[in-house]
Design a binder for this molecule. Structure first.
Ligand code: PLP
Length: 373
């Protein structure tokens, strides 16, 4: 099994040293600093393993369930991981064998496609269409799922469109998966910043073969902690994930666990989300007005999270456009839609706080669009 590079990661690698002056489409809230947590940190904390559980700090696992509204599950149903990325990795690698059929969405987070290909799975992609507001077409999903389907992988909210699946959608998806006994992994890494409806329920609480993955990376801006989780009702799934993890990183990063537990305490979590929501909604309104003022741009406003896909009405592939915007004199970074098999789109968004220079980035984007229109 060899894991091949995806266009999204290739673009990030190609541009890591570009030193842009502005970033458009940053996908996480402004990150706190270590100082924000110092008052709650114990200077005598041993920097050893957490000395309590291979599944992660019990208090953190309880907090993970609380923030997801899953208090009817037990902390035994939670495994702390190195971000949602590791949770997805552990689930996919342990559940999917060569020749298995898996169903994924496009546009979507590329991890399931990359790993599915490496494993030698048969992959069916369900196309989300812009004309339908990028909603997941449930009939197409139903048609794609066959008795041989092992696993369905979805994001809610969707990366990159920011669209939501409702409780009703999820219950229909469960019916589709349950028909054939398929596993259903729903990556909720963008949960917590919903704009048009309450946060949808987590799949792990609804379906015995449902796996919820998530982390403190996005709404809380704590990506560098590398702390996330897998939630699953099936103890064998949690055990299989732990066995695989034992053969890579073995145990969790203790600082990540401790700080994430502090960040998820109800008073801190409530304040952090309120701040992130206020910043994001103001900037989303600004971005919305900007797009409306640009004849070459249009988009379906995200229903949740900080990013969305904007259509670029130009005779130029979005990869070429993004590289031109990154070069002098514009020096502005954004992800081209080619990273998501959407060559006529660019990923826009409003995360990152003051450090991304949103206003400057938008003025540079306007200037490039004017130059080439
Ligand atoms: C849908 C999705 N899943 C997982 C990840 C990885 O997140 P984490 O930092 O929690 O590993 C990302 C990061 O961009 C993402 O967009």
């Amino acid at each position: 099994m060899k894991v091949r590079i995806h266009t999204l990661f290739q673009y990030l690698l190609d541009t890591t040293t570009a030193e842009p002056e502005a970033i458009l489409g940053f996908s996480l809230s402004q990150s706190p600093t270590l100082g924000d947590y110092l008052p709650d940190l114990d200077p005598n904390l041993p920097l050893d393993w957490n000395q309590k559980s291979f599944q992660g700090l019990p208090a953190l696992r309880a907090a993970v369930l609380a923030q997801a509204g899953l208090t009817h599950l037990s902390p035994d149903n939670v495994l702390i991981t190195a971000g949602a990325a590791e949770a997805n990795y552990l689930a996919l690698m342990q559940l999917v064998q060569p020749g298995d059929h898996i169903v994924i969405e496009t546009p979507g987070w590329p991890q399931a496609a990359v790993l599915g290909q490496a494993i030698g799975a048969h992959i069916t992609r369900i196309q989300r269409h812009e004309g339908d507001g990028w909603q997941l077409p449930l009939q197409a999903l139903s048609d794609a799922v066959t008795p041989g389907t092992r696993l369905i992988f979805l994001t809610n909210p969707n990366n990159p469109t920011g669209q939501l699946m409702s409780a009703e959608d999820l219950s229909q998806i469960i019916t589709i998966a349950d028909r054939v006994g398929a596993w259903l992994v729903v990556d909720e890494v963008y949960a917590g910043l919903e704009w048009v409806a309450p946060r949808p329920p987590s799949i792990a609480g609804l379906y015995p073969r449902g796996i919820t993955t998530g982390s403190v990376s996005k709404a809380l801006g704590l990506q560098g902690l590398r702390t996330g989780w897998m939630i699953a009702q099936d103890p064998a799934m949690i055990m299989d994930a732990m066995i695989l993890r034992e053969n890579s990183s073995e145990i969790m990063n203790i600082m990540g666990e401790v700080i994430a537990e502090i960040a998820l305490r109800p008073d801190r979590l409530g304040q952090a989300l309120a701040r992130a929501r206020a910043d994001a909604i103001a900037n989303l309104d600004k971005l919305d007005h900007f797009i409306a003022s640009q004849p070459r741009l249009s988009w379906v406003r995200p229903q949740a999270g900080l990013i969305g896909l904007a259509r670029l009405d130009l005779d130029m592939a979005s990869d070429t456009f993004a590289r031109r915007l990154l070069a002098s004199p514009y020096r502005t970074f954004l992800l081209p839609g080619t990273a998501y098999d959407q060559p006529a789109h660019i990923r826009l968004g409003v995360g990152g706080g003051t450090s991304v220079n949103l206003d400057l980035g938008l003025s540079r984007l306007a200037a490039l669009l004017k130059e080439i229109s």
